[in-house]
Ligand binder design. Structure first.
Ligand code: NDP
Ligand code: DA3
Length: 325
């Protein structure tokens, strides 16, 4: 069978992860990487793939089946996803939960106009954690749900900080509050918000004269930081490159409740990630397979992970899956 032809748009942590993820899927081939920077300055993780300017994407119509969008959610994807889906099926990892409904609308409008399929907000949260929160509610209708992330590096929050004027380098670590975590394990505190469950800690490289403004912009940033207890540390470039290059992360979703007065039932899904971007990219690429199939079935418009059965994300046949039930 012909391989699924993939394009990657945006070459940061996630884009590099997607380049590796395509290699792990033998039914796919990477046709090209597209960047808004000068392609000659981009050092790719693998050697044979070519890098093109973002504005050349239309010349690849018919040569690429799905575009995997790896831009930042804070400011790239709101513009890029609708722009690209007019010409190609896409998957993205849009993760500003507060604004997913409006992202869905703008992508859906452009996808219908272009006659293409889009699967938005894939990844792990939003994404696999969303699916497991829903599964928990379905199978334990009377209960409580708890989501915890980290301690680890959030790419969405780190990228949002990097976009602040004057920030040269930045990372953001998400830290679960131990006492709340302990309570959750005992089924307490299900109505707490994410901001009541986590603290956020940023490490930023910037000129001293910019520190006060940058700290304020981080702490007041809507959706990403404003509701949270946030700490900002300013460090020098050497410390940044020596101590903040790992992108570990993880977390878990717990659903717990009673099916009868004497029986407490608990569902738990957890992730332990050595590389947040490589794992997230692996999820995006699996959804790219589904987007390609949905496109071929003429199921155009915007979808979320809730709309996509796992059977569409695997290259196993129904007969194979039947044997593995
Ligand atoms: N749903 C989920 O579970 C998850 C979602 N995500 C999402 O992935 C998004 C991307 O994260 P991440 O890849 O870490 O972000 P990066 O900051 O590494 O990259 C974002 C974009 O910035 C540009 N860029 C990258 N490096 C540089 C540079 N050195 N100089 C200038 N521009 C650069 C690239 O575009 P270009 O090549 O065009 O210049 C790239 O696409 C996050 O915003 C987050 O929302 C991440 C993890 C999980
Ligand atoms: N979208 C997150 C994936 C998880 C991690 C996270 C957080 O630490 O706040 N929220 O969701 C990311 O960009 O890494």
């Amino acid at each position: 069978n012909e391989k699924i032809k993939i394009g990657i748009i945006g070459y940061g942590n996630l884009g590099r992860g997607a380049e590796l993820a395509v290699q792990n899927n033998l039914d796919m081939e990477l046709v090209g990487i597209f960047t808004r920077r000068d392609p000659a300055t981009i050092k790719t993780a693998t050697h044979h793939v070519k890098v093109y300017p973002y504005h050349d994407i239309e010349s690849f119509k018919g040569k690429i089946d799905v575009m995997v969008l790896c831009g930042g959610s804070a400011s790239d994807l709101p513009k890029m996803s609708p722009e690209v889906v007019e010409h190609f099926p896409i998957v993205d990892s849009y993760d500003n939960h507060a604004k997913i409904p409006e992202h869905y609308e703008r992508v859906n409008e452009a996808a219908l106009k272009g006659g293409n399929t889009a699967i938005i907000s894939t990844g792990w949260d939003p994404g696999l954690f969303s699916l497991n929160r829903l599964l928990g509610e379905i199978v334990i209708p009377k209960g409580g749900t708890h989501t915890f992330w980290g301690e680890g590096l959030s790419q969405g929050h780190s990228e949002a900080v990097r976009r602040i004027k004057g920030v040269k380098h930045a990372v953001q670590y998400t830290v679960p509050i131990e006492s709340v975590l302990a309570d959750a394990r005992r089924g307490k505190g299900e109505n707490l918000s994410a901001a009541e469950r986590h603290k956020r800690v940023c490490y930023v490289v910037a000129d001293e004269k910019e520190h006060k403004r940058i700290e304020k912009e981080i702490k007041t940033m809507p959706d990403y930081f404003a509701p949270y207890d946030t700490t900002v540390h300013f460090i020098d470039e050497a410390t940044f490159f020596n101590e903040h290059q790992k992108m570990k992360h993880g977390g878990f979703v717990i659903r717990s409740g009673k099916t009868s007065p004497n029986h407490q039932q608990t569902v738990e899904f957890s992730l332990t990630l050595e590389s947040n971007p490589e794992f997230t990219a692996s999820v995006l690429v699996a959804y790219a397979r589904a987007a390609h199939r949905l496109q071929k079935k003429g199921e155009i418009g915007a979808k979320t992970p809730f709309d996509v059965p796992f059977a569409l994300m695997t290259n196993k046949t129904t007969a194979q899956l039947m044997k593995e039930l």
